[in-house]
Design a protein around this ligand. Structure first.
Ligand code: ATP
Length: 193
C-alpha cells in the first residue's frame, strides 16, 4: 500500500482544511513544540480505525474534534481523508468523520463501510493504526524495551499477518454463535419429542 495524501479538517489543532502530500520514501515531520506534529501521525492512525482515545491522547473520541480557542469557536465535526493506492495499485480513499453526539462514520472509495472493514483493509496490507511503519516520539525506545510477545506482534504486523488474527477472532465469534444456536435448536427439538 502506498499513502499519497492526508487531508484534515477540524481534527485537533487542524481547524482549517489542510492537505499533506506524502512523498515516496521515509517521511519525517519536524517543527516547533506544539505545532501539531504528533497530531498528524494521530490523524493517520485515526483514519485507519484507531479506537482507543488514550492512543489519541484524548479522554474520549470526540476530543479529536477541534475544541476551539479564545478567538475561534469549537467545531462540530472532524474529518480525515487518506488517499493512496492499495496493493493491487488501485486508487484507495478512506474517510473517517466524527460528529459530536453521533460517533464515527467510515467510507472507502465513496461507499459507507464499517470500522472493521477499514481495519481489515489496512491489516491485510501490513499497515494500520498500530503499524510499525508509523514511528511516533519515544517509539524507538519502546521497541528496544519491548517484551518478546510485543516484539512478536510488531513482527506479525510487519509480515502482514495481523489481518489473519482479526479474521480468526471473527470466525471464532461466529462459531460460538452457531454453537449456541445449535444447542437451542436441540432443546427445542427435545421439547417436541
Ligand atoms: P511536541 O514537539 O511538543 O510533542 P507536537 O508538534 O507533536 O509537539 P502536537 O502534540 O501534535 O504537537 O499538538 C499539540 C497542539 O494541538 C496543542 O497546542 C494542543 O492544544 C492542540 N490540540 C490538541 N487537541 C486539540 C483539539 N481537540 N482542539 C484544538 N487544539 C488541539
Amino acid at each position: 500500500m502506498i499513502l499519497r495524501k492526508l487531508k484534515l479538517s477540524g481534527f485537533k489543532s487542524f481547524v482549517e482544511p489542510a492537505t499533506l502530500h506524502i512523498e515516496p520514501g521515509l517521511t519525517g515531520v519536524v517543527g516547533p513544540n506544539g505545532c501539531g506534529k504528533s497530531n498528524l501521525l494521530e490523524a493517520i492512525r485515526w483514519v485507519m480505525g484507531e479506537n482507543s482515545p488514550k492512543s489519541m491522547r484524548s479522554g474520549g473520541m470526540e476530543d479529536v474534534i477541534f475544541a476551539g480557542t479564545e478567538s475561534r469557536p469549537p467545531r462540530d465535526f472532524a474529518e480525515v481523508v487518506l488517499q493512496g493506492e492499495d496493493d493491487a495499485d488501485e486508487e484507495l480513499e478512506v474517510v473517517r468523520r466524527i460528529e459530536r453526539g453521533a460517533g464515527s462514520a467510515y467510507r472507502i472509495n465513496g461507499n459507507d463501510v464499517r470500522a472493521k472493514d477499514v481495519a481489515l483493509t489496512f491489516a491485510d496490507a501490513a499497515t494500520g493504526a498500530h503499524s510499525p511503519a508509523l514511528v511516533s516520539q519515544g517509539k524507538i525506545a519502546q521497541v528496544i524495551a519491548a517484551r518478546p510477545t510485543e516484539r512478536r506482534q510488531m513482527l506479525e504486523e510487519a509480515a502482514g499477518i495481523a489481518g489473519l488474527h482479526v479474521r480468526r477472532r471473527d470466525a471464532e465469534n461466529k462459531l460460538r454463535q452457531t454453537e449456541a444456536n445449535l444447542s437451542r435448536l436441540e432443546d427445542l427439538m427435545a421439547g417436541l419429542d
